[in-house]
Ligand binder design. Structure first.
Ligand SMILES: [Cu+2]
Length: 382
């Protein structure tokens, strides 16, 4: 149980992203904690070890409230993971990556709405900042020993996607986990792609670099102030008894032939009174409406279709990516996912199975401005 007390002057809603959480603790966008109020959330943590994060989910205000800081890590551990010998302690580093813009006085400048709820037409693509922050600091420097480190990468930005890689690229990024915890086997990447909401955990062996050198974590999709993310400064040799086992975990495949149905969800732009808006299945989110009933324990194929980039997030339970554009999963789709990056005009099939908790949950675009424009739907588990 976690008690959230609201000392702010605005209502908030708290969602544990990736949490396998009873419905009344999931942070539905209208389950508000009013100023001066308090709400107790139950997080049973009957789930695999994984890098979760909590963030605001208030209807129509999520983008600006997360922008101003209502987000943080929530790390789940378990015995399976602890026994593997991965880098741990001071060599297990959560890195929350965001982009922000600042006013002349150094305050956050959230441009999309100066008049309360919602997003104006000029920010249809979402809010992009011109400074990259890691754990709240602009372009920070981390001193590291010449040893293996586990980096838990989280894209907590409103709308920016990143392609992250080391410069110089002398050693691979060995991916060990994604949104829903450990992969079955590590995957070596030269760069990793992260859409808003996604997590990717990599092990980097800094012994590939000479002491007293700097290594930059770059964003291949950025330019100017968003091309660099942070730096690592190698301090010297360090003892290292960590390892990356070739078998990390076992994952039960949710195969399409066990699915009871295929459900299609379409993420597209629409017009509302001649204003462009983002819609899920052509409708704006209505917190009183249930858009689908789903039986607990059954496997379903959910087909997500897009017009442009949309990072699709499903609450309550993770899913497995089956295919993209009728081809196999992409290089960053392995393991249990709770957020999947849709490219323009793409169709992605995932297999999902909800467990344990009946109630009302969300799926939505995790571009926070798209979400605030109503690109969300409610499903009910029964
Ligand atoms: Cu979107």
């Amino acid at each position: 149980m976690v008690a959230h007390r609201n000392d702010l002057s605005v209502p908030v809603a708290v969602h544990l992203h990736g949490g396998h959480t009873p419905a009344d603790s999931d942070g539905y966008p209208t389950d508000l904690i009013e100023p001066g109020g308090r709400r107790d959330s139950t997080y049973p943590m009957r789930q695999r070890a994984a890098t979760l994060w909590y963030h605001d989910h208030r209807m129509d205000f999520t983008g600006q409230q997360v922008y101003r800081g209502l987000a943080g890590f929530h790390l789940v551990t378990d015995d399976e993971q602890d026994a593997l010998g991965l880098p741990s302690g001071e060599r297990d580093i959560p890195l929350m990556i965001t982009d922000r813009s600042f006013g002349e006085d150094g305050s956050f400048s959230y441009p999309a709405s100066h008049h309360g709820a919602g997003v104006d037409d000029a920010h249809m693509e979402g809010v992009l900042g011109d400074v990259v922050l890691v754990n709240g600091a602009p372009w920070p420097v981390l001193e590291v020993a010449a040893a293996r480190y586990r980096l838990r990468l989280l894209n907590a930005s409103s709308a920016r996607r990143y392609r992250l890689g080391l410069d110089p690229a002398r050693t691979p990024l060995a991916q060990i986990a994604s949104d829903g915890g450990l992969l079955e086997k590590p995957i070596e990447h030269s760069t990793v792609l992260l859409a808003p909401g996604e997590r990717c955990e990599v092990v980097v062996d800094f012994s590939a670099f000479k002491p007293d050198t700097d290594v930059t974590l770059r964003n291949g999709l950025g330019s100017g102030g968003t091309a660099d993310v942070m730096r690592f400064r190698i301090t010297g040799r360090g003892g290292d008894d960590s390892r990356i086992p070739q078998q990390l975990s076992q994952i039960e495949p949710l195969s399409a032939d066990r699915a009871v149905r295929t459900r299609t969800w379409t993420f597209r732009r629409a017009l509302n009174d001649e204003h462009p808006v983002w819609r899920l299945d052509g409708r704006a989110f209505d917190p009183e409406r249930i858009d689908a009933d789903v039986r607990l324990g059954e496997i379903e194929v959910w087909r997500f279709q897009s017009d442009l980039h949309h990072p699709v997030h499903v609450h309550l339970d993770p899913f497995q990516v089956l295919s993209r554009r009728n081809q196999g999963p992409g290089p960053h789709d392995k393991g249990w996912k709770d957020t999947v990056d849709l490219a323009p005009s793409e169709s992605v099939d995932v297999a999902v199975r909800f467990r344990d908790y009946p109630g009302r949950y969300l799926l939505h675009c995790h571009n926070l401005e798209h979400e605030d424009m109503g690109m969300m739907a409610a499903f009910r588990t029964i």
